[in-house]
Design a protein around this ligand. Structure first.
Ligand code: NAD
Length: 497
């Protein structure tokens, strides 16, 4: 008998009216471990209703109290981060150290949001005109919808909800139905931290849940992260319904390696960024662009390292875990077949890997292709698996042109010892997040996360000051107070308008 995970609304489990359920699997063993409800329209109404009812009370709760709850949440999360990492590994498959890293990156946003009192300060101008002062304030929106992908069950929701909540909004989180348990754990942690019921709610489901949020009149904003086609749909539907929307999409991230780079460092980083989390990261490097003489030694060094990685159950101290589902495993293997058929040189083949795991998990081992060209599907598509492609070019200019021609623009990196080349790269490349001698980095919480091109729809990136701006709206107040000394018989005031 598997347990069925229900929604969370108003500070307690909310039983769904659904007859549809999703299987949640442990990808390392292939076993179904629980089921999750897939929301009906009535469920959407009930969960959004709980968030709507909690909003006035939370909005009017003092900043001091809201901040105390944020700090309490941070302390609890610090103390119990390991539990959350285990939940992530059990449903996503990434190795435990990687899951712990994900929690730590989410925690950074909680810490950023602990400073909300400072972040919400407005500005004031005295005597804009005679006896007239002007000041600005920022206020919460209402119910904020957050829709997250399977690959970061904790970090991606935490890019948004700490700031949304700290700013006085209430939240409905719709996690990926493939990895629903982290959201439930976080909801219970909020309750323990003293968050009032109804401020943080979880709606489980698929397209019905998402479309319900996108069109619900009480949902004021949507923060979405997922694949590009769904991000586009979310942006178009949400904005048509009058909502504020930030929709982060897919990626194809390139790392350029110039001939003067430290090739051992570049190979280490290509392996970490290409095969970490089995390539299921929006900031994964999936294309290495080797310039000139860098190519031969670089391919050799990457291949040597890739062959040394241990693939298996993420709870066994392995280097790389499984893919999230059987379908993902089959899709990734299909791309490897297609790359081979298209004539790319398959240097390391991860199909048929023997993993360190029990049961029938969804494994593909590290895979390396050389001499990939821009017309091959292993280059044009986001594979979202442990498949690294090396493209060879002769010059730096060719490398930049190749990246700028790609429709995605999430992240990129350059490896070089030439500061001038790196400086030119950051100026010329049309991508939102750039690493110089580091693989594509997720910006720290007080900066904002977001790509260009098909990697982001909307104009506001996640977290940092852009996040605070997204979850609040501005008011400007112009006031006139007459000087008491001039009241009564002093005549008309000249306001100078
Ligand atoms: P996905 O687009 O399949 O799903 C994302 C969310 O949308 C899930 O909650 C899912 O339930 C929902 N959804 C799925 N199909 C839908 C539909 N037809 N209508 C409405 N909602 C739907 O993405 P995924 O497979 O869970 O995640 C992987 C993708 O996310 C990759 O493309 C990856 O690059 C991207 N991603 C991007 C970033 C970023 O910051 N840009 C970060 C993480 C992941």
């Amino acid at each position: 008998m598997t347990t069925v995970l229900q929604h969370w609304a108003g500070g307690a489990a909310l039983k769904s009216t659904t007859e549809r359920f999703g299987d949640v699997t442990d990808p390392a063993t292939g076993q179904v471990t629980r089921q999750v409800v897939l929301a009906t329209e009535a469920d959407v109404e009930a969960v959004v209703g709980a968030a709507r009812e909690a909003f006035p009370g939370w909005r009017d709760t003092s900043l001091a109290r809201r901040t105390q709850i944020l700090f309490a949440f941070r302390e609890l999360l610090n103390a119990r981060a390991g539990e959350l990492a285990e939940i992530i590994t059990a449903e996503h498959g990434k190795v435990l150290s990687d899951a712990a890293g994900e929690v730590a990156r989410g925690q950074e946003v909680v810490e950023f949001a602990c400073g909300i009192a400072h972040l919400l300060k407005g500005s004031a101008t005295e005597n804009a005109s005679t006896s007239v002062d002007v000041h600005s304030i920022r206020q919460p929106l209402g119910v904020a919808g957050i829709i997250s992908p399977f690959n970061f069950p904790a970090m991606v929701p935490m890019w948004f909800f700490p700031i949304a909540i700290a700013a006085g909004n209430t939240v409905v989180l719709k996690p990926s139905e493939k990895v629903p348990s982290a959201a439930q754990w976080l909801a219970e942690l909020w309750r323990e931290a003293g968050l009032p019921d109804g401020v943080f709610n979880v709606l489980h489901g698929d397209a019905t849940a998402v479309d319900g949020l996108l069109t619900h009149p009480d949902v004021k904003s949507i923060s979405f992260v997922g694949s590009t086609p769904i991000a586009r749909h979310v942006y178009e539907t949400g904005t048509a319904a009058g909502k504020r929307v930030q929709a982060l999409g897919g990626a194809k991230n390139h790392a350029v390696v110039l001939p003067d780079a430290d090739l051992d460092t570049a190979a280490d980083q290509a392996v970490n960024a290409g095969f970490g989390s089995a390539g299921e990261r929006c900031m994964a490097v999936s294309a290495v662009v080797a310039v000139g003489t860098a190519a031969d030694p670089l391919v050799e060094k990457i291949a040597e390292r890739a062959r040394g990685l241990r693939t298996g159950d993420g709870r066994r101290g392995t280097d790389m875990g499984p893919l999230v589902t059987r379908a993902a495993q089959e899709r990734v293997s299909g791309y490897v077949d297609a790359g081979e058929a298209a004539g790319a040189r398959l240097v390391v083949d991860g199909r048929g890997v023997t993993p360190d795991a029990d049961g029938d998990g969804f494994f593909v081992g590290p895979t390396l292709f050389d001499r990939v060209t821009t017309d091959m599907s292993i280059y044009t598509d986001e594979i979202f698996g442990p498949v690294l492609s090396v493209l060879r070019v002769e010059t730096y200019d060719e490398a930049v042109a190749l990246i700028n021609a790609n429709p995605y623009g999430n992240g990129t990196a350059i490896f070089t010892n030439d500061g001038g080349a790196a400086r030119r790269f950051q100026h010329e490349v049309e991508v939102g997040m750039i690493g110089i001698n580091v693989p594509v980095p997720v910006p720290t919480a007080y900066y904002s996360f977001g790509g260009w091109g098909s990697s982001l729809f909307g104009d506001t990136h996640a977290h940092g000051t852009e996040g605070v701006h997204f979850f609040t709206r501005g008011k400007v107040v112009t006031s006139r107070w007459v000087d008491p000394a001039r009241r009564g018989g002093a005549g008309e005031l000249d306001l100078g308008f």
